[in-house]
Design a protein around this ligand. Structure first.
Ligand code: GLN
Length: 514
């Protein structure tokens, strides 16, 4: 973001040392959210951070795992492309890694800088080929590379002491590999004393001003770039890489932090899901909610509600903890299904704002069928494959799919909005582009009946009948979307649906406290 403010065009690449081909088949408990790009890649959640701060192109070429890299090399070996040579980590795997860096740079024309983030920790066995590839890359592109090493500088509370040893040690390991950090970013709890920074500077072989603090921030992670700019990180990078080094303004980001510091009030949103205890599982959803709340000038309290517990609790209002609105996020499988249905019913009957995303939309449709259309056994075939009333059923394109990895309906698709809908009110345009990740859809056999009774399908896949948005009529704000709007929200550009959802919650809050 700081480099972009200088007028530079950037691309970002996340290198992940694990052997999965992508995080698509990994449990959110293991890995957190799966971030989806326009071109349908299932990627690491860090790409979501990249999206929120920058305008970097984000495609399949923005994330590479060891799994993908080995897969590619082994495919070539099977084709006989290596002409009888022994295939090895060096040079074949490292060549493929270097190629990925160059491919990332080619996602768009005239990229000035590629920022490559290597996941994991220095010393991990898995990350060694990546570090070796970086060493070679630097040797081959002398003068055009810069190493920024992120280290942890712990504060030991009991001893009231800051420890620089982990930094010293990881830099020592990097040196053995032939990598020499130019800048050390110190992840720390409190600001570092001069003597600590001097010690890191001396032991790690970098000038004092290249020891940069990345201290816990008080209000929001969106403050972090401001703190890095104060320490002249952007200036230093441009000097070292001989890039134009104009001074920059960060007024838009400063304004965001100002708004966060002085909220008009607090609203409470309940997230009813299966992975709520794992903070990273719904990362983009949480961030999108924050962006909208910041924009509206409100502080947001996120109340994680375990969907399982909702159906076990004899009192629904008690289980749902009196929030100003509820969001049911994406998900898979049966666990928590009943709790989500009860949440949708509670919101529909009590005129409480509800936002259903992907599975959350499917929940909303099934609840409506059961309790308004009186189809008691209505269900999704994902939950009950033999149900007699499949309101939600498998997409026809999915019928012959065997493999689980990378085979869902993925990526950006156009959706046409009805002009007299709440969705149109939010977007203010008739055609939108949103990203998808699902296998099931609303079953059109139930469409007429549903619309008659007040479940309107107000957004459909352009040129086809596939339901993308459903709205409950005569309700203050109850919308379900088959896509994932959370992937397209930034603090500088909150997503229109999240904005409207937050507005509805503020209204609800005002009425409750009046
Ligand atoms: N499990 C549902 C489907 O596959 C919803 C997916 C999701 O919420 N991302 O259609």
């Amino acid at each position: 973001m700081l480099l972009e403010k200088k007028g530079l065009s950037i691309a970002m690449l996340k290198l992940d040392p694990y052997l999965n081909v992508d995080p698509g088949t990994m449990s959110p408990y293991q890995h957190g959210e799966v971030y989806v790009t326009d071109d349908g890649a299932e990627t690491d959640l860090d790409l979501g951070h990249y999206y929120r701060y920058t305008n970097s192109p984000l495609t399949r070429a923005s994330n590479a795992t060891s799994g993908q890299i080995y897969h590619q090399v082994i495919k070539r070996e099977r084709r006989g492309d290596y002409l009888g040579k022994t295939v090895q980590v060096i040079p074949h795997i490292t060549d493929e890694i270097k190629l990925r860096i160059l491919q990332c740079a080619k996602q768009k024309e005239n990229i000035d800088v590629v920022l490559v983030e290597i996941g994991g920790t220095v010393g991990d066995i898995e990350s060694l080929p990546f570090l070796e590839a970086i060493r070679q890359f630097q040797y081959e592109h002398r003068g055009n590379c810069l190493n920024i090493h992120l280290t942890y500088v712990p504060f030991l509370k009991a001893a009231k002491e800051v420890k620089t040893k982990p930094s010293q040690h990881s830099v020592q390991v990097l040196r053995e590999i032939g990598l020499f950090p130019d800048i050390i970013l110190c992840r720390c709890e409190n600001n570092l004393d001069l003597d600590v920074k001097e010690k890191i500077s001396l032991f790690c072989n970098v000038p004092l001003q290249a020891v940069i603090e990345e201290t816990d921030v008080e209000f929001s992670i969106y403050e972090v770039p401001l703190r890095l700019h104060e320490q002249k990180l952007d200036q230093m990078i441009c000097e070292r890489l001989n890039l134009p080094n104009s001074s920059i303004e960060l007024k838009d980001w400063e304004a965001i932090i100002e708004k966060i510091r002085h909220p008009k009030g607090t609203i409470k949103v309940g997230i009813v899901g299966k992975y709520v205890q794992h903070h990273d599982a719904y990362k983009s959803v949480f961030e999108a909610l924050y962006h909208a709340a910041i924009h509206a000038g409100y502080q947001l309290e996120i109340v994680p509600i375990e969907a399982d517990k909702v159906s076990e609790d004899p009192s629904l209002p008690h289980a749902l903890q009196d929030c100003d609105g509820y969001l049911v996020p994406g998900g898979f499988g049966e666990r928590g299904w009943m709790g989500k249905i009860l949440t949708a019913k509670y919101c529909r009957e009590n005129n409480i704002p509800y936002f259903g995303i992907c599975l959350g939309m499917q929940v909303m449709a099934v609840e409506f069928a059961r309790h308004v259309l009186n189809i008691e056994d209505a269900n999704s075939t994902e939950i009950e494959p033999m149900t007699k009333n499949p309101i939600i059923s498998l997409l026809s394109e999915q019928k012959n799919v065997q493999d689980l990895g990378g085979t869902m309906r993925l990526g950006a698709h156009e959706c046409q909005l009805q002009l007299d809908s709440k969705a149109f009110e939010a977007y203010q345009k008739p055609v939108i582009l949103e990203r998808h990740r699902h296998r099931y859809e609303f079953n059109n056999a139930y469409r007429e009946k549903a619309e008659e009774k007040g479940l309107r399908l107000t957004g459909t896949l352009a040129g086809e009948d596939l339901c993308e948005i459903a709205e409950i009529q005569n309700h203050r704000w109850m919308i379900g979307v088959q896509f994932h709007p959370e992937f397209l929200s930034k603090p500088t550009q909150p997503h229109p649906l999240f904005l409207k959802f937050v507005e509805a919650m503020i209204q609800m809050h005002k009425e409750k406290t009046a």
